[in-house]
Design a protein around this ligand. Structure first.
Ligand SMILES: CC(C)(COP(=O)(O)OP(=O)(O)OC[C@H]1O[C@@H](n2cnc3c(N)ncnc32)[C@H](O)[C@@H]1OP(=O)(O)O)[C@@H](O)C(=O)NCCC(=O)NCCS
Length: 185
């Protein structure tokens, strides 16, 4: 287990929220909880993932650097999946002008929403990103510009992210949102 996630697990040996614990996402854990992960992923609009997407190490033209150190799963006190974050280190490129810890996918189960789990996950990454790479400056993510997705944009703005550039795909357009790491080197 990578030292960042060891730190994360140590930090949250105390529950992430009451009755929950956070673990590093591993391929065996993904396989074991594939149905629950895919079901929870369906709560994220505009995108669809099967088990193979959770297990992927790369996409065309992009390697998911650090994914198996930087992604986590949150479990409740009876071992049910309460949430997950898939994250990796993303280099800057034409379409992504920030070298950053990229928050690829996050969801919290409806049963556990409103308890501060997402806020604490994001704080966790903010605090730990520089332990992974001391030269990292940013957390980034993409989310759909569709007005029906405005609540998610509002949620991320409430979490301190700012809209930057539009990322256009044939079937959708996303905002690239960025938050500067608050922990100094
Ligand atoms: C978005 C999501 C991750 C939030 O998880 P959560 O654990 O319930 O969020 P928290 O309890 O940590 O709330 C964090 C803040 O966001 C606010 N918030 C949460 N849900 C909100 C909503 N539906 N609308 C507006 N604000 C919201 C909370 O008020 C809180 O603010 P505060 O701490 O200043 O009071 C969760 O609703 C979810 O999984 N949604 C479906 C999947 C998805 O769309 N994921 C994001 C795109 S990848």
């Amino acid at each position: 287990m990578n030292s960042v996630i060891k730190s994360i697990v140590r930090q949250f040996g105390e529950p992430l929220a009451r009755g929950t614990n956070v673990l590093t996402m591993t391929k065996p854990l993904v396989r074991q909880h594939a149905d629950a992960l895919c079901s929870l992923h369906r709560s994220i609009p505009y995108v669809s993932w099967g088990p193979e997407d959770f297990l992927a190490d790369s996409a065309p033209g992009r390697h998911f650097t650090g994914k198996w150190d930087l992604s986590c799963m949150v479990f409740d006190d009876v071992g049910g999946l309460a949430g997950f974050m898939v994250a990796y280190l993303r280099e800057h490129s034409a379409g992504h002008p920030y070298r950053s810890l990229y928050l690829h996918r996050m969801a919290v189960h409806t049963r556990h929403r409103g308890q501060g789990i997402a806020r604490r996950i994001l704080t966790l990454y903010d605090e730990r990103a520089r332990h992974y790479d001391p030269f990292l400056e940013y957390l980034t993510l993409q989310t759909n510009i569709d007005p029906a997705n405005q609540w998610i944009i509002d949620f991320y703005e409430r979490m301190g992210f700012e809209k930057t550039v539009l990322v256009r795909y044939p079937e959708k357009t996303d905002w690239l949102m960025v938050r500067r790491l608050t922990i100094s080197r």
